[in-house]
Design a binder for this molecule. Structure first.
Ligand code: NAP
Length: 302
């Protein structure tokens, strides 16, 4: 069977594309690795998606988006995509559940946390190393945590953790925050938040679980150590664009190059949501992309 559209990734961008495609009568398949919602599913409360007066749990919103698309006949297959042939006609999507064919492909694989890249970091994930304060912050009630980074995410994480933890230490490699000014004052007013400026992490100290961080001063080169029970790495995100490498144009950071039309460098292939080059990565901009992709894909297939 040849699908009209295969959508890779079941986050808000993917399921909005699926809703529009299925509702337009296209034979639509969503390939999702785990469960609906993508990064959104890891968020406790989403307050900036219109229509939910009290906010909504990200996981629930993901499931609702899936149901909305399936109501019009979109099909979800739990499968991990290994390889794409986007130049072929029809396009080929090779997965652990077999090979799927489609006239158009929408890439909605999103983005994931950027890692520090230190030895031992991966082995300590969940044992003191975390990438999501909203998901794991509650474990640190009354304890000491570090937040690495100085952008809006790091600051938002620090504010959230400060409500739970005994002490939050923000470790930033420069002497000022990149985060919007509106965050600076509330953060500096909190008695349990400390800053370690001009500091980069050179080692995560652990004995089975995290016990501290070794830091180096980016100005003087001096080394020091801090004791922490957990570390939240909040240094930006990286796009999940590996499948497109060598086939689609990517920018320097690895995002799939596509403008507001979501069209990529290959006809019939669209990039939506956080994996595409764009200025504002939010749930509302992701769902908008899904609708736009179906508009251009329908035009292409006609
Ligand atoms: P970001 O703005 O790119 O900030 C990343 C931070 O991590 C920067 O301070 C950067 O340091 C630091 N960093 C990067 N690589 C590092 C490394 N290897 N080691 C140590 N530090 C490193 O990323 P983000 O904070 O995740 O935000 C992403 C986007 O989402 C932004 O557009 C942001 O405005 C938006 N966002 C908005 C809100 C909000 O408005 N409420 C909340 C969260 C996110 P340098 O400063 O030295 O480069």
């Amino acid at each position: 069977m040849i699908h009209d559209m295969i959508i890779i990734g079941g986050g808000p961008a993917g399921y909005s594309a699926a809703l529009y495609a299925a509702r337009a009568g296209l034979r639509t398949l969503v390939l999702e690795k785990l469960s609906a919602g993508g990064q959104m599913a890891l968020t406790d409360v989403i307050d900036n998606y219109p229509g939910f007066v009290e906010g909504i749990d990200g996981f629930e919103l993901g499931e609702r988006m899936q149901q909305s698309a399936e109501r019009f006949g979109a099909v979800t297959e739990l499968a991990e995509v290994y390889r794409l042939d986007l130049k072929a006609d029809p396009k080929v999507v090779d997965t652990d559940q077999g090979v799927f064919l489609a006239r158009s492909v929408v890439i909605a694989t999103g983005a994931g946390p950027r890692e520090l890249g230190l030895p031992g970091e991966q082995a300590l994930v969940g044992r003191g190393v975390h990438y999501c304060a909203a998901c794991d912050g509650m474990r640190y009630r009354g304890r000491t945590v570090a937040v690495i980074g100085g952008g809006n995410s790091a600051v938002a994480d620090a504010l959230q953790l400060a409500r739970v933890a005994e002490k939050v230490i923000i470790v930033h490699r420069r002497d000022s925050l990149r985060a919007d000014k509106v965050y600076h004052e509330p953060l500096q007013k909190l008695p349990n938040v400390e800053f370690r400026w001009n500091s980069a992490v050179s080692e995560i100290l652990a004995d089975g679980k995290v016990t501290g961080l070794r830091l180096w001063d980016t100005v003087t080169g001096e080394m020091s150590q801090i004791a922490v029970d957990g570390v939240f790495v909040s240094i930006g995100r990286k796009p999940a664009s590996g499948l497109a490498e060598g086939q689609l144009e990517l920018d320097r950071s690895g995002y799939i190059v596509a403008d507001e039309s979501t069209r990529t460098s290959l006809p019939g292939v669209y990039a939506v949501g956080d994996v595409r080059t764009k200025q504002v990565r939010q749930v509302v901009t992701a769902v908008a992309d899904g609708a736009v992709a179906v508009h251009y894909a329908s035009e292409y297939m006609a």
